[in-house]
Design a protein around this ligand. Structure first.
Ligand code: UDX
Length: 478
């Protein structure tokens, strides 16, 4: 099937490559000429394991190309995915939908005949109904443009796997009546070709038993927002309980294991530590809260403000722990911060807890040196005034304390012997509770873990895709 993917950032580029991998003939379109040039050359402009292989293979096979020419969409296909970014507004908590509107405004007037737009970006509930009105105003008289929404649930670091082997596919279908009112809730499927088209696009995936949940626009929009809100809540829940563990002298890792055995709770996403960051969870819970306010239901998800607050204060708690480790003063002390990405297997530093901690310590007068296996360029761009080292060992050179801020495999597998004679003092703050405390203590280190007394063993990672082993070749494991 011929498809276009509009917006070739993280989501769009992955989606375009994966659709081509399924055998479709795909054109990826973006306004950013540099990005398009790199993608067309088979280079992924960000770090994502496995993506460059798929990209190159499909470009070489002639099933995938990239362009900045928006007119190419109408020429190439009658099915168009929208994968543009919906970041947090610069001043406020709402989602910035300007890229979505710009893409629709550029695409729709060029279309003639029957076309289907399938949105994939994370958008606030009500966006489809607004966009449908815009589409009907912008459409040529000879065009019949249908809008559907199929949110994407991919995780950075597992983007290819999550796209080609998803847990579920969701498709929101709708239409407007002649008065411009959304008729979707009454009969979402009426007169729609979207279900049939989507079943054809994802045939190979659906044949493996992946469920396709067909629903109305609003439900599809809210499915995505609530999935991320739930995940964020789970992380903040365990971090809130870890605050109690700190006072009570209890072990949050054992507690997470014990409650996680209940299948209604589950152990995944119960790793306490520095909390969540990245380009999705923080901005999505804020956007959902802002949308609820706009809808006149501020109390409905008011608890997400607390989820956000718990998450943000973990960063402050990590800074305090470093102060404690250094006897209450960081001024002039050398601090090695290992990790800058918001999580391992990513070079993304958006809202990264690691960099918040590093920059706060620097602001307090410490001499902070950061190392990350993949996120150095992005970190330098965002925090140019921090010092950066070319290896973990270099970052730890004459350090008064080492802070583990992102649980990259090479930090998790680091041994005290490797840092012997490198650091100035044997102090380590485990912001991700990912080290073996006994090993560090036995070697004479002052080991402190964020979220309560040090466990007697490292935090287990029950989710196989969150295992600390089995990292991509790029992550040099010692
Ligand atoms: C998330 C969702 O998982 C994904 O479904 C959605 O499509 C986009 O947002 P992503 O942002 O790639 O994906 O990261 P994720 O793996 O969910 O981790 C988010 C953050 O939570 C990271 O900073 C991670 O370190 C943190 N985290 C995760 C914890 O602090 N504890 C945990 O137990 C799990």
């Amino acid at each position: 099937m011929k498809l276009t993917v509009i917006g070739c950032g993280y989501l769009g580029a992955t989606h375009a490559a994966c659709m081509a991998e399924l055998g479709h003939d795909v054109v990826g379109i973006d306004v950013d000429a540099y990005k398009i040039e790199r993608l067309q050359a088979g280079e992924v402009p960000f770090f994502e394991p496995g993506l460059s292989d798929i990209l190159r293979r499909n470009i070489d096979a002639g099933r995938l190309r990239f362009t900045t020419d928006h007119l190419a969409a109408a020429d190439h296909a009658s099915v168009h995915f929208l994968g543009v970014g919906t970041p947090q507004e610069p001043r406020g908590h709402r989602a910035d939908l300007s890229h979505v509107y710009a893409a629709v405004d550029a695409l729709v007037p060029t279309l003639r005949g029957a076309h289907l737009i399938i949105g994939k970006s994370t958008v606030p509930v009500g966006t489809c109904a607004e966009l449908a009105q815009r589409i009907s105003l912008l459409s040529h008289s000879g065009a019949d443009v249908e809008l559907s929404w199929s949110p994407e649930f991919l995780r950075e670091g597992f983007a290819v796997e999550d796209t080609l082997e998803p847990d579920r596919l969701v498709l929101g279908i709708g239409s407007l009546d002649p008065d411009g009112l959304n008729t979707a809730a009454q009969d979402p499927g009426a007169g729609s070709s979207a279900g049939e088209v989507v079943r054809e696009i994802y045939r190979e995936i659906l044949e493996t038993g992946v469920p396709l949940i067909e629903t109305d626009w609003a439900t599809a929009e809210l499915v995505k927002a609530s999935a991320n809100a739930f995940l964020a809540t789970k992380i903040s829940f365990i971090n809130a309980i870890s605050e109690l563990c700190e006072i009570a002298g209890a072990d949050i890792n054992t507690l997470a294991d014990a409650i996680g055995h209940d299948p209604r709770i589950g152990r995944r996403f119960l790793n306490a530590g520095l909390g969540f960051g990245g380009g999705c969870l923080p901005k999505d819970i804020r956007a959902l809260t802002a949308r609820a306010d706009d809808m006149g239901a501020p109390r409905a998800v008011g608890f997400l403000r607390e989820v956000d607050a718990i998450n943000m204060r973990r960063r402050g708690a990590a800074v305090e722990l470093v102060f404690e480790a250094l006897g209450g003063e960081v001024l002039g002390r050398n601090i090695a911060v290992l990790g800058a990405a918001f999580k391992p297997e990513s070079d993304d530093v958006r809202d990264s807890p690691a960099l918040t901690v590093a920059s706060r310590l620097a602001l307090e007068g410490a001499s902070v040196t950061v190392f990350d296996p993949k996120a150095m360029d992005n970190s330098r761009r965002v925090y140019p005034s921090l010092d950066y080292a070319s290896s973990a060992r270099d970052a730890c050179d004459r350090a008064d304390v080492v802070v583990i801020a992102t649980e990259w495999a090479e930090f998790v597998h680091m041994t005290p012997e490797e840092l012997e004679g490198v650091v100035r003092a044997r102090r380590i703050v485990d912001g991700r509770r990912c080290l073996d405390p006994q090993m560090w203590r036995d070697a004479g280190w002052d080991y402190r873990a964020l979220g309560g007394p040090a466990p007697t063993r490292p935090a287990p990672r029950n989710n196989p895709s969150e295992q600390v082993s089995g990292f991509a070749p790029g992550a040099s494991v010692r």
